[in-house]
Design a protein around this ligand. Structure first.
Ligand code: ZN
Length: 84
């Protein structure tokens, strides 16, 4: 993936993620579950993929299933966006 500017910034602590440094990339994929007609195997096809946020290794290390649960609780349900 090409990065627009030369610097990659951690979306949580704002530190600069320099070249050669490992970091976490949180990505939102639009996928479709399908069956390959030749192999009969279930496959996942990625329609679009966009990076939501980059996190440095230490910030990303605490991003897990539990953090997602908290985030999901705060996501509005479509049609009920007035909720805070
Ligand atoms: Zn960070």
């Amino acid at each position: 993936m090409e990065i627009e500017n030369d610097v990659n910034i951690c979306g949580k602590c704002g530190c600069e993620i320099s070249f050669g440094t490992r970091y976490y990339s949180i990505v939102r994929n639009l996928e479709v579950f399908c069956k390959n007609p030749e192999t009969e195997e279930t496959e996942i096809e990625i329609d679009t993929s966009e990076e939501v946020i980059s996190l440095c290794k230490s910030c990303g290390s605490v991003f897990n299933q539990n953090s997602l649960k908290v985030i999901l609780e705060h996501l509005p349900i479509p049609g009920q966006e007035t909720r805070n």
